[in-house]
Design a protein around this ligand. Structure first.
Ligand code: MLT
Length: 392
């Protein structure tokens, strides 16, 4: 037998696994040190009470013959898809419930969606990039091209008419840079995709962090329904990193190569996915209730304040960064021309603070570094004090 040789083309380790290993090695050798982790974007606040109640109620229902449920619908229960549709309406975007697929998170779907596209397609990603877009397409053997994001373009790449891409991954607000597209910028990508017969895979996992007048969904832009699939997650919005729930939207009119993409994805899901558990779908639906929105907004505000604290320390130190506003990530330039792994080591060893080296997100991340605002307040403040002491 033979294994998929495309795996030989991957970097040896998944970025966050590498960061975790290096951190664990340092922690084991220095058990007396208090290490503060602002590396992987994992949340620290608990689920909102209304979410927990809904999950318990869902679990209880499964324990009684009258309310027991077996396999869920492949695309998710009506009640959650209606709730998501209502949420989009609340910020002026029309997405109907029957265009939504409930999933176990955006990470799985942004890799799995590749099943419906030919291996011959060229994939465009912005660089720096969330490694999952790249790795999952390397596994599938697709050609990947990169659109450079750098200080000159404010870490926001724009389409190039001379470049031909079939599948385009966009993430806004961006992971890792925190930069977010304006309506006009996103419209340029939508126009490019419609003109070039391409499909945009739009990762909106961080939309809940937007405070300025910026698009929270690609469907807020005219023309997106004929070229874009949107992926979203409750991980960062509502603390579901461990609970697992997200959704993917495919407008009914989206067609390519003589195929309807909604129908094609439905066919794929029916074959490979048996849905998200009932209690989790109940919990997720509660996020979109009025009380759920109030409670999760408090949590998001807490992380936004952490981001502000980190960003203002960088302002004081005179360090260039993007994000921090409209985003839980702060993407900073390593001081004194340091490389990103070099800065990672310095911060780990001298300040006992863990971040993510920009280089791990691509060539254009070299010399940059990502901090997250998902830590708890006390630790974030302490990390910032240590960083200021180290760098001033
Ligand atoms: C990150 O730190 O980039 C994210 O937590 C990764 C993810 O959402 O899978």
């Amino acid at each position: 037998m033979k294994i998929n040789k495309n795996f030989d083309n991957l970097v040896p380790n998944y970025l966050f696994a590498d960061v975790a290993r290096k951190t664990a090695e340092y922690a084991a050798a220095n058990p007396d040190k208090k290490i503060i982790r602002l590396g992987i974007g994992d949340v620290t606040l608990p689920l909102a009470p209304v979410v927990v109640e809904a999950m318990k109620k869902g679990a209880e229902e499964l324990g009684h013959k009258e309310t027991f449920k077996g396999y869920p619908e492949y695309e998710g229960y009506d009640f959650i898809r209606e709730a998501i549709s209502g949420y989009y309406k609340s910020f002026g975007v029309n997405v109907s419930a029957d265009e939504i697929f409930v999933s176990d998170g955006a990470k799985s779907d942004c890799g799995n969606i590749g099943d419906i596209f030919s291996q011959d397609n060229t994939v465009l990603v912005t660089d720096p990039v969330y490694p999952v877009y790249v790795d999952s397409n390397i596994m599938a053997g697709r050609k990947i091209i990169y659109a450079a994001c750098n200080e000159e373009n404010g870490f926001t790449a724009m389409p190039d008419e001379d470049v031909k891409a079939d599948i385009i991954y966009l993430c806004s607000p961006n992971n890792p840079t925190g930069a977010a597209f304006t309506y006009d910028q996103l419209k340029a990508w939508v126009d490019y995709a419609n003109k070039n017969d391409a499909v945009i895979l739009y990762d909106a996992a961080y939309e809940a962090f937007i405070t300025d007048d910026l698009p929270r969904s690609i469907y807020a832009v005219e023309g997106a329904r004929t070229c874009a699939i949107e992926l979203c997650s409750l991980s960062k919005t509502a603390g579901f990193t461990g609970t697992r729930c997200g959704y993917t939207i495919i407008p009914k009119e989206l067609e390519r190569d003589g195929h309807n993409l909604y129908a094609t994805w439905y066919r794929r899901q029916a074959t490979k996915f048996n849905g998200v558990s009932y209690p989790v779908q109940c919990a997720a639906a509660a996020v979109f209730s009025e009380e759920g929105q109030r409670q999760i907004r408090d949590n998001i505000a807490y992380y936004q304040e952490n981001a502000r604290i980190i960003a203002s320390a960088l302002d004081e130190l005179g360090i260039y960064y993007t994000g921090g506003k409209n985003s839980p990530y702060i993407w900073l330039k390593c001081p004194n021309g340091m490389g990103s792994w070099e800065f990672f080591d310095l911060l780990l060893k001298k300040a006992n603070v863990v971040g993510t080296p920009g280089e791990g997100f691509g060539e254009n991340g070299a010399g940059y570094f990502r901090l997250t605002s998902f830590g708890d307040r006390e630790n974030t403040v302490e990390a910032v004090e240590r960083i200021k002491k180290l760098l001033s």
